[in-house]
Design a protein around this ligand. Structure first.
Ligand SMILES: [Zn+2]
Length: 444
């Protein structure tokens, strides 16, 4: 764990402190609302009491005094009974939040340079409880107008000292298996090493319990620690959300290398417009081995390019209104950083991002495969990074403004290094297909 902390500090130094996490303001805002609600209730009670008082004034002092006493009782009841109830209703965590550093709240490090942003993009497996299908991190250099995508095989091996949940050693399993949090029920918050005394919370003396951890924190922290990259937001497609997105934008034009049956439909080789279901089937064909998966991830780059190009043809408002906000209203939304009432902010930002990036030259968009190779450890096959090649790639393409990245900054562990590192770079321009076709309606 000491090593873990050093790595985090090292990244924190490289990319400086984290930005505040907007969703964390929610409880605070809500407790503000609770106060307003409480004030309003009090005012109403006071107003009602005043009314009564005026009406009853002629009856005499006795009634006036009893009304005042009643008012006082009402106030006491309001403070003692109603206010805690209202606070409980909205969650009273807000009051303790400002004492915790923002860095710990969001749980991972974000970019502190306005010229560059990092986004984790991926695809879940069958559901949220199994290994993910695809993962990548996008580095968008706004000043240079370049976009670099690092594809990370979901079998990629994780350093065992990373602070992951018991037994989790593949990056694609982090979301499904967040590390449980040590929790104090009495204080209503997560407790860290420094405040743990035996099995109790040293602050209040209560026995500690565990709570379900944060999938987003663990997965994004992996990019921070293993590859020394900040993460500003993430767009993780559930299968349903990817299918819906593709159907809302009118399908994707893909050049099929050979005849293929997807769903019920037979598609001849050549350029075809595929609907959401067909694309999903094309994309989620599972490679039978780790190296098979790497080849598959390279082969399916065309799908991500087509998806991006299609979406980039929309204007921001329509993309938001007619596509993304519809997708987010379904059962399987695209997972993004902000939750609760704040999802709209992220959805709008995604639309703006796509349209903004869409104006850039696709020759400046490049895919890179994580340099590495399939490797065995403890009878399990992983994808091991090639650490020196990865360091060189990160420094050259994914770190335009930060301090230099050295191999010591990467917590990623190399299991083996027996093959030549091939990142298989390809530009979006080389993979792009004119996105103009319409999905053929099937005869039912
Ligand atoms: Zn406590």
């Amino acid at each position: 764990m000491g090593n873990d902390n050093n790595k985090k500090v090292s990244l924190t130094n490289r990319v400086s402190s984290a930005k505040s996490a907007p969703q964390k303001n929610a409880p605070a805002k809500k407790s503000g609302a609770a106060v307003n609600l409480g004030q309003r209730t009090a005012q109403k009670a006071a107003a009602a009491a005043k009314k009564k008082k005026r009406k009853n004034a002629p009856v005499g002092k006795y009634i006036m005094y009893s009304m005042m006493a009643l008012l006082i009782v009402l106030c006491v009841v309001l403070v003692l009974v109603v206010m805690p109830f209202i606070r409980d209703l909205f969650g009273n965590k807000g009051s303790t939040l400002p004492q915790i550093p923002q860095d710990d709240l969001i749980g991972y490090v974000q970019s502190d340079n306005e010229n560059v942003s990092y986004y984790v993009v991926g695809l879940f497996g069958e559901d949220l409880t199994v290994q993910m299908d695809a993962l990548s991190i996008v580095c968008y250099d706004k000043k240079a107008g370049t976009v670099d995508v690092l594809q990370v095989p979901t079998d990629t091996y994780l350093n065992g000292d990373g602070g992951w949940a018991e037994g989790v050693r593949k990056i694609g399993n982090l979301w499904a298996n967040p590390k449980p949090l040590v929790w104090c029920t009495e204080c209503g918050k997560q407790v860290f090493e420094a405040e743990i005394n035996d099995k109790s919370h040293s602050v209040c003396g209560s026995l500690l319990t565990t709570q379900v951890g944060s999938s987003q924190t663990d997965l994004m922290r992996a990019f921070n620690q293993e590859y020394s990259l900040p993460v500003d937001n993430y767009y993780l497609f559930q299968r349903g959300s990817l299918k819906e997105t593709i159907d809302y934008i009118g399908g994707l034009d893909i050049v099929l290398p050979e005849e293929i049956t997807l769903g019920e439909t037979e598609y001849p080789a050549g350029k075809q417009t595929l609907d959401g279901e067909a694309v999903l089937e094309y994309l989620t064909y599972t490679g039978e081995s780790v190296s098979g998966d790497v080849k598959h991830q390279i082969d399916t780059r065309v799908v991500w390019v087509a998806l991006f190009d299609r979406m980039a043809k929309w204007d921001v408002e329509d993309l938001y209104e007619d596509v993304i906000s519809n997708v987010q209203a379904w059962d399987n939304p695209i997972k993004m950083q902000r939750i609760g009432d704040y999802w709209e902010t992220d959805a709008m930002e995604l639309c703006e991002l796509i349209v903004e990036m869409g104006k850039l030259d696709r020759k400046n968009f490049t895919f890179h495969m994580m340099p590495g190779e399939a490797s065995q450890s403890g009878g399990v096959t992983y994808y091991s990074v090639h650490k020196e090649a990865l360091t060189a790639l990160l420094q050259a393409e994914f770190n335009p403004y930060g301090d230099e990245i050295s191999t010591e900054d990467l917590m990623a562990e190399e299991l083996s290094n027996t093959t030549e590192s091939d990142t298989h770079p390809e530009t979006f321009a080389a993979l792009a297909v004119e996105q103009s076709g319409e999905v053929t309606e099937e005869d039912e």
